[in-house]
Design a binder for this molecule. Structure first.
Ligand code: SF4
Ligand code: SF4
Length: 461
């Protein structure tokens, strides 16, 4: 049943305007159509892929993945090509036991071009593909009904004979998504533009840009029953995406449970924590030490970091190959993974007003905690023997001052208190197991035994 006008999703509205399609390229007429490789990526990879049926351990031998770009900068593609665990290459070669081989159809990385590239898309629309397929969207969806009013379009991919009387027309990204999403095993939005709208949907945009979720609507379910899966980030961490794809594929293959997603369709195990909780600068925040300009080592909150209220794992996972990442590399969090980005985070690089409360509290607490930690840290940087000798035998520290009497008394009390419940240690002696003759003023023993047990005069008397 077609929903009432006010309830129709943007995808339904677009398809109502465009109508059904039933004409496709005649492949025999097309020939090679200028394809430099004379081959498709699937054909090129087949001989080296791990597709031996005798080694297959699940119902799916392969799965097609159609990658579309809406209002996008291709940054998501760049991120994903750098993914390591798992890598795109390993997915394309079917190298993971239990996972189907991924047959990727990507407008940037595939070797085939023109109508040959579009052919599997046509087969998917017709329901004639030789395997299930998933769709991936990078970049936001535009409201093509706005562009249609003037006969144009915002973002498209390929031409199909879907115009009046079979005339060729550019097929917009929106149209591909609207036609392919219902039959897809999974629909995955990658990057903040596709997941929430992102920069193209910021205040003042003329395109009506929106997310894949907004476009397909709340009731959308894939052919395997999944709502839209969202892997945000601008650009996202490539591993976040490939790991999510692998987890979904294990589920589709029947080898794993449905991975845990949060109520916005994000992989919960990747986006369940704030970036602040794993930030390499977190201890500076706690101690009330804040950077005044970029390049300082302290917490960046006062120069615009939103990390405490942003769901993101880049500080623990790194940007590429577990290296880099915003605060690790000196950058403040501007909330790029969040649905409210960018409008709710601007102007960038200004202190988030709400952080005043916690930074003031941290400053007050840090004013007490920091000196106490420095005091204990100085004590822990001394071996017990040096305390007994009252000297640090380091050639690097000739000018190093020894602890004051007051400081020593404090440490002694602290050590006594700390060891009071440690029954396995001798808490009575200050020597803590060090050899007395080295740690007290007593003269060394006058006799010593050689290794063979023979006594010798040590020369002491
Ligand atoms: S730099 Fe940002 S994320 Fe890191 S501790 Fe400071 S506020 Fe938190
Ligand atoms: S730390 Fe902030 S700016 Fe950096 S990737 Fe995460 S959400 Fe984006």
């Amino acid at each position: 049943m077609v929903a009432q006008s006010s309830e129709r999703t943007p995808a339904q509205r677009l398809l109502e305007v465009l109508g059904p399609v039933d004409q496709f390229h005649n492949q025999e007429d097309l020939g090679d159509f200028g394809m430099p490789t004379r081959s498709s990526m699937e054909d090129m990879l087949d001989p080296v892929a791990h597709t031996d049926p005798s080694r297959r351990v699940g119902p799916l031998e392969k799965i097609h993945v159609f990658w579309f770009a809406g209002m996008s900068c291709d940054g998501c593609t760049v991120s994903v090509t750098g993914a390591q665990s798992p890598s795109v290459e390993s997915l394309l070669l079917g190298a993971h036991p239990g996972l189907p081989q991924v047959v990727l159809h990507h407008p940037v990385v595939n070797v085939e071009s023109g109508p040959k590239y579009m052919r599997p898309h046509e087969l998917a629309v017709q329901g004639k593909l030789d395997a299930p397929y998933a769709i991936v969207l990078e970049g936001s969806i535009t409201d093509e009904t706005i562009a249609l009013e003037t006969g144009g379009y915002w973002a498209g991919q390929g031409e199909e004979p879907w115009g009046p009387d079979g005339a060729m027309r550019t097929v917009t990204t929106d149209e591909w998504i609207a036609r392919l999403a219902p039959g897809a095993a999974a629909s995955i939005a990658i990057g903040t533009c596709a997941t929430w709208g992102g920069i193209p949907s910021a205040d003042g945009n003329p395109t009506g840009a929106m997310s894949m979720m907004d476009f397909l609507g709340k009731d959308y379910r894939s052919a395997f029953g999944l709502p839209v899966v969202n892997v945000p980030g601008c650009a996202p961490i490539g591993d976040n995406f490939t790991e999510t794809v692998a987890a979904i594929l294990y589920f589709l293959q029947g080898y794993g449970p449905l991975p845990e997603f949060d109520d916005l369709g994000r992989p919960a195990w990747l986006f369940g924590e704030t970036v602040h909780r794993h930030c390499v600068r977190g201890a500076y925040y706690e101690e009330g030490s804040y950077a005044e300009e970029f390049g300082d080592k302290e917490c960046l909150v006062e120069i615009g970091c939103w990390g405490p209220v942003v769901n993101c794992n880049i500080t623990s996972r790194g940007a590429i190959n577990h290296a880099g990442g915003c605060m690790n590399a000196g950058g403040a969090c501007i909330g790029c993974t969040m649905p409210g980005f960018p409008d709710k985070f601007t102007p960038f690089y200004k202190t988030p007003p709400g952080s005043k409360v916690s930074t003031t509290a941290s400053r007050l607490l840090g004013g007490v905690i920091r000196p106490m930690r420095l005091y204990t840290n100085a004590h822990l940087n001394r071996e017990v023997r040096w305390d007994l000798h009252k000297q640090t035998p380091s050639g690097w520290a000739r000018e190093k001052s020894e602890p004051t009497t007051l400081s020593e008394i404090g440490h002694k009390f602290y050590d006594k208190f700390r060891r009071s419940t440690d029954t396995g240690k001798n808490t009575k002696t200050p020597a803590w197991g060090k050899r007395d003759e080295w740690t007290t003023k007593r003269e060394p023993a006058t006799e010593a035994r050689l290794p063979g047990g023979e006594r010798r005069d040590s020369g002491g008397e």
